[in-house]
Design a protein around this ligand. Structure first.
Ligand code: BG6
Length: 508
């Protein structure tokens, strides 16, 4: 595999959780697989006064807990840790960037990294416009001598207006091709496999349109509540946290046209076309198409589950949604009239993300005595996580007299592949950025198009408090009202932990 060019990965917010749990462990995984260049270093930045040694000690713990690969030996780990450096300064203060620039240049000199720098913003979002502007003041954005890339974490804006403003602010100092907006869902192996399933098989793509697809269903459920993230979540809610980014991205990958080539421009052109074709849900239609819910206290197997309003950092009368179910349409040639249903929530019965393509029934029901025939949709289930895999459901004759039909499964589980290493999303995305490949990163126009779709829903919820926030007991599949959304297709699929099990309300 191609190795990236020599460079320094500069992490703003290096004393935070993301660096500890995801970023440095992923960089270690790349090191373990010999995918880092010889000349390489990580420079962690933050306000907390850590020295190199304390930073390395903390990162060592993070690697031992969260890396996908376990260090082969203490020596291997130590050799990696020697690549980590830390510098404390107040990243808000423009004047302090002079000292930072000095540090960066001397590290560049020491490691011989050719002035190639990747800046990772693992900071609170309020710093996203500030840091790039300060970097630019000190010419640290210029790519005349070595490349300069900027990785921006979510949330990318709070609504359409703030996302547009943020894009504008970033573009004042960095060019679009230098900006890498991360959505970790695109880093997931199984999400990328969606493209391979669609575009490397002759059998699916001819059916992948309004003529044969009855509806598309996407579920992303989590069995835990917001835990200690209440403070953040209060200002976000499920629509901003999961739908605006991850779920609309999944829907776009399901719906997009085949790109001309797998490359940043063609892929992202197709994604943005889908997002621009989403039929707007007007403020006055929100109640009809979108259901929001919030988990209430319950007891599961004798264990008390707190209500969202009892979580730390959450207001006692909070109306923040922890569940969203939605029906929408994509108004284009391929998908006209096909409903897309998506739902996501915290404190649901299980953790699962899956996409289900429900195909239309046969045009003529030959085995009409079969009671279920009207509901017999072939289904293609693409399981993103856990128990990653693909399942095709189809009808088969029950052996014996007559022509009775039953549903059977043809399923593939990633776990059945021998010696397969599934890289973590961050590992894959970091490597891509190091290689200068933005294919799996979001482009500014796509982020704005997704906000444009979500914005009227946020506005309706804000301006019309009469729109209900439905309560649902923690550990259940969300408010009953979300069933009404899918009336025309009878029911949601209730996924079990096991990819193949389904059909019943099975998971607790
Ligand atoms: C994050 C959200 O973007 O995605 C979290 O902020 C959510 O609230 C997480 O839990 C889900 O990611 P994954 O990879 O566990 O499905």
């Amino acid at each position: 595999m191609r190795k990236p060019e020599k460079h320094i990965l500069v992490i703003f917010g290096a004393s935070g959780d993301l660096t500890y749990r995801k970023l440095v462990p992923s960089v270690f995984d790349l090191y373990y697989q010999n995918l880092l260049p010889e000349a390489f270093g990580v420079l962690g930045l933050g306000r907390t006064d850590l020295g190199h040694a304390a930073f390395r000690e903390k990162m060592k713990e993070g690697i031992e807990k969260y890396a996908m690969t376990k260090p082969k030996s203490e020596e291997q780990l130590e050799l990696f840790l020697e690549k980590l450096y830390y510098y404390a300064f107040n990243t808000k203060e423009e004047a302090e960037y002079a000292g930072f620039k000095g540090q960066l240049e001397s590290l560049n000199e020491k490691l011989q990294t050719g002035h190639n720098f990747i800046y990772y913003l693992a900071t609170p979002p309020s710093m996203y416009p500030v840091i790039p502007a300060h970097l630019a003041k000190y010419d640290l954005h210029l790519s005349d001598q070595g490349f300069k890339r900027l990785i921006v974490e979510k949330p990318f804006g709070y609504d359409l207006e703030s996302a547009q403003k943020l894009n504008h602010q970033l573009l004042e100092s960095f060019r679009e091709d230098q900006i890498y907006r991360i959505d970790h869902y695109l880093g997931k192996e199984t999400v990328q496999n969606l493209l391979v399933t669609r575009f490397s098989n002759g059998i699916f793509e001819p059916l992948w349109n309004r003529n044969f697809v009855h509806h598309v269903e996407i579920t992303s459920s989590e069995d835990i509540g917001v835990g200690s993230r209440g403070g953040y979540y209060e200002g976000s809610g499920a629509l901003r946290d999961m739908v605006q980014n991850h779920l609309l991205l999944l829907a776009s990958l399901v719906a997009m046209e085949p790109p001309a080539v797998i490359g940043a421009d063609s892929m992202r052109n197709e994604i943005v076309k889908v997002l621009q074709s989403l039929r707007p849900i007007k403020e006055e239609e929100v109640e009809k198409y979108v259901i929001r819910g919030q988990y209430t206290a319950s007891e599961i197997k004798g264990k008390k589950m707190p209500a969202y309003r009892e979580e730390p950092g959450v207001a006692p009368k909070s109306r923040t949604e922890t569940f969203v179910a939605m029906k929408f349409f994509i108004d284009n040639w391929r998908w006209a009239g096909v409903p897309f249903y998506i739902r996501t929530g915290k404190s649901l019965p299980t953790r699962v993300t899956e996409i289900v393509i429900h195909f239309k029934t046969t045009p003529h029901h030959l085995f009409a005595h079969d009671k279920n025939i009207m509901n017999r949709h072939n289904q293609l289930v693409i399981r993103i996580q856990p128990d990653e895999g693909v399942l095709l459901k189809f009808g088969m004759k029950v052996p014996g007299a007559g022509f009775n039909v039953q549903d059977v499964n043809m399923d593939f589980h990633y776990s059945e592949l021998n010696n397969t290493y599934l890289p973590s999303a961050y590992e894959r995305l970091l490597l891509d950025c190091m290689l200068g490949d933005a294919t799996l990163y979001s482009r500014g126009d796509a982020v704005e198009a997704a906000w444009k779709f979500v914005d009227p829903i946020l506005k309706a919820w804000k301006n019309r408090p009469c729109i209900k926030v439905h309560g649902y007991p923690a550990g259940t599949w969300g408010p009953e009202e979300s069933d009404a959304l899918v009336d025309d297709v009878k029911t949601w699929r209730y996924p079990c932990k096991n990819l193949a099990g389904d059909g019943e309300y099975c998971e607790l």
